[in-house]
Ligand binder design. Structure first.
Ligand code: F0G
Length: 459
């Protein structure tokens, strides 16, 4: 048989030790962190799958470009390199650098949204939702029904429900300043959106005269899924597919901490001249001058190289395969996961895995704590702790209770993935003994970052 294992397409020249801890140590530090994995010290974590954001390894080419950056305050060469990379991929006219994705969101929504407005998306991520709500507007999630059913197989589970979008644009006519589409759909399981769906949303927005934007954080992973799964795209390069995706939108927000392969950075790109002018004024006020937007010249260089590396086929093949590989192992054991595997992360369906814990006791949060306790693995809850608290202070259970295991780019190898599967098998065998949780203390917004929690004591 010909060799068929999809290998990590890189050699490792710089290494960073990770630290084994005992269960007793982990119990103590988790208690000290108020049972909130966000409050752990990273040095106490063995395999950190909290996020794929800003946690990737830089390539030699990125370091090389960074050393040669131009740190001029205005008009730095590094900005034009950054701008060109984004122009080449997106074709969008105006490029505004920002320190990360949420800064681009805030600047865009400040320019476009006012109280009473409605902004549809396939599923808003927590920062887009919070930035929209901060403007007094409503963030509306319109995923296809399959997107809310973890066990249902669908090649493009991140798709937007286009009929629902059309209805929303009629119902809220005059109050929808823009429509967004998140690729891949992070909160919905890292699931891709098809080109047909992007085109469909584009057509509907055009008919209603509403601008259409991508939340493009994982555009390269989305392009790879289109290549693999959408008829007519098998022979196209990820670059060509990405270019076509961006040709259908009026602009995008981007966190370069994901498919920009950088540790920090982001951008806002728009076609509309007047909108760009308005956004640039806000950029100068809050982020920095228009040619650096809160970033160092070397950050701009890292993103410019990273955006191209993210579209490399060997890299994308390995990237998407490593999540699928873990998914196959977990399915074999019987662990309920969001199917099919997502692009940047594997999502465990905690509602199905822990049916004895009601949503009001945050089953996915409990599972994330137990994964740390038993294996030193840090994942993140995407469930009722993240989304349950409503702007009016009331509590509404989230559509799904997921634990996301997000893989930093180019960081972990196959044996790390095997270890994660072993820890999950161990935890799954003891799932019945996992208790629900309660909130001890919480802030009024984005509560999951700082809330203090505890396991419930059975009566
Ligand atoms: N949009 C999506 C879809 C995201 O996943 C994120 C960040 C952002 C916007 C905001 O970007 O962090 O650079 O300000 N997601 C990270 C995550 C934090 O863990 O999924 P940012």
């Amino acid at each position: 048989m010909l060799p068929h294992t999809i290998i990590e397409p890189f050699r490792i020249r710089t290494v960073e030790p990770i630290r084994q801890t005992t269960r007793e140590e982990r119990e103590a530090v988790l208690r000290a962190a108020h049972y909130n994995p966000f409050l752990l010290h990273a040095t106490d974590v063995l395999i950190d799958l909290l996020t794929d954001s800003g946690t990737g390894a830089l390539s030699a080419a990125q370091w090389g470009a960074m050393i040669q950056s131009d740190e001029s305050y205005a008009g730095a060469r590094s900005f034009f390199t950054f701008e060109k990379a984004i122009h080449d991929i997106t074709g969008l006219r105006h490029v505004l650098p920002t320190h990360q994705g949420r800064a681009a969101e805030r600047i865009l929504f400040t320019a476009m949204c006012k109280a009473g407005d409605v902004v549809p998306n396939n599923t808003h991520f927590d920062t887009t939702r919070a930035n929209i709500e901060d403007r007094g507007a409503t963030a509306l999630d319109l995923p296809i029904p399959e997107g809310r059913e973890p066990a249902t197989l669908h090649p493009f589970k991140g798709n937007m429900d286009l009929a629902a979008l059309d209805r929303a644009l009629q119902e809220h006519a005059g109050h929808v300043p823009l429509v967004m589409l998140t690729v891949t759909n992070n909160s919905g399981g890292g699931q891709p959106v098809s080109m047909a769906n992007i085109r469909g949303a584009h057509d509907i927005c055009k008919r209603h005269g509403v601008p259409f934007f991508l939340d493009a954080c994982r555009f390269a992973e989305n392009a790879w899924f289109i290549k693999l799964r959408e008829p007519g795209y098998a022979d196209r390069t990820p670059f060509e597919i990405a270019h076509e995706m961006f040709s259908l939108v009026d602009g995008c927000t981007m966190s370069a901490k994901k498919d920009g392969m950088a540790n920090i950075g982001g951008f806002l790109a728009v076609n509309d001249d007047a909108l760009a002018r308005k956004c640039r004024n806000n950029l100068i006020l809050t982020e920095g001058f228009v040619t650096y937007g809160g970033l160092a010249g070397y950050d701009l260089e890292a993103v410019a190289v990273g955006l191209r590396e993210a579209l490399n086929s060997d890299y994308l093949r390995y990237r998407i395969r490593s999540i699928e590989y873990l998914a196959e192992k977990l399915v074999k054991i019987g662990i309920p996961i969001m199917q099919p595997a997502g692009g940047h992360a594997l999502y465990i369906d905690a509602k199905a895995m822990l049916p004895h814990i009601p949503q009001s006791e945050y089953p996915a949060w409990a599972l994330s704590c137990v994964l740390y306790l038993e294996g030193g693995i840090r994942g993140v809850e995407i469930g009722s702790m993240m989304f349950g608290l409503q702007p009016d202070g009331s509590e509404k259970p989230a559509a799904m209770e997921l634990v996301r295991l997000a893989f930093p780019r180019r960081v972990y190898t196959q044996s790390h993935v095997d270890f994660v599967a072993e820890v999950l098998a161990y935890v799954y065998a003891r799932a019945g003994s996992i208790r629900g949780m309660r909130i001890v203390e919480q802030p009024s917004a984005l509560r999951h970052f700082t809330a203090r929690m505890e396991f419930r004591v059975e009566a």
